[in-house]
Design a binder for this molecule. Structure first.
Ligand SMILES: [Zn+2]
Length: 256
């Protein structure tokens, strides 16, 4: 679900009509529309993802807002919003790769510089409710590891980044049935659940952890994650990929 403000791809199209309108931050749904959207999703027990450049505390789930926020590369002045995000159960998907790729100059004060600074501020304040997501398209599908590389380059712990890139993904898309007290109880018996994906939906099959009850997803690298992270997660060093028990890459060769 796309909410506010304008995604840059939408901006690009609007820019054909008016560059002034395209460069403005516009709330694309009214607050009352958002309330209905979010309320309906809550009723159905599904998550709400928002596309937004600027953080506002109304976007946090504790304030009736959304569950995940993609982009969010502007916390505004001061630490108040960052502190609120840190304490919130929202998951932030910073999409660093989009800003890195789309800003080819990467000059001080430019789009990438501001995005990187924003991310570093959050890291310094101890924000860990993060997931890796690409908003892939501005950069090629298959280069998604760039997101992890950039996070580590900006100072994030590599082990933490792997968690954001694996379990974090499932935490973003799973339904409310995995949250709270009831969700914890369901997680507790995950090894014995044996729910059919067709019945519960793909997002209800846990992934991101190698354990009984989780989807059989494994990525193997010949690299050294601890000492040479960027090389280790680069696709040139990925030797094996299995998703949902189906092997897509073996001995470094793609099978599909
Ligand atoms: Zn976007």
């Amino acid at each position: 679900m796309t909410v506010l403000p304008l995604d840059y791809r939408v901006r690009t199209r609007i820019a054909d009509v008016s560059t002034k309108i395209a460069s403005a931050d516009i709330q694309t749904f009214s607050s009352s529309e958002l309330q209905v959207l979010i309320g309906t999703a809550r009723q159905l027990g599904v998550k709400v993802a928002a596309h937004a450049q600027k953080w506002r505390t109304e976007l946090l789930p504790e304030n009736g807002g959304v569950d995940t926020l993609e982009h969010g590369n502007d916390f505004g002045p001061g630490d108040a919003v960052i502190d609120a995000v840190k304490l919130s159960r929202i998951i932030w998907v910073p999409t660093l790769s989009v800003f890195y790729t789309s800003d080819t100059e990467r000059a001080p004060g430019g789009r990438w510089d501001r995005t990187a600074n924003n991310f570093c501020r959050a890291l310094a304040k101890g924000v860990t409710n993060i997931a890796c997501g690409g908003d892939t398209g501005p950069f090629p599908h298959g280069d998604n590891a760039l997101e992890m590389k950039l996070m580590v380059r900006l100072g994030a712990d590599w082990g933490q980044v792997l968690r954001w890139a694996t379990l974090g993904g499932w935490q973003c898309v799973r339904s409310a049935a995995w949250e709270g007290v009831e969700g914890s109880a369901r997680l507790g018996k995950i090894a014995d659940l044996q729910e059919a994906a067709r019945a519960v939906g793909d997002n209800e099959v846990p992934f991101g952890v190698i354990a009984r009850g989780f989807a059989a997803d494994i990525v193997a690298t010949r690299g050294d994650l601890e000492n040479s992270f960027e090389s280790a997660v680069d696709k040139s060093n990925i030797t094996f990929v299995m998703k949902g028990a189906k092997v897509f890459k073996r001995d470094g060769r793609e099978l599909v």
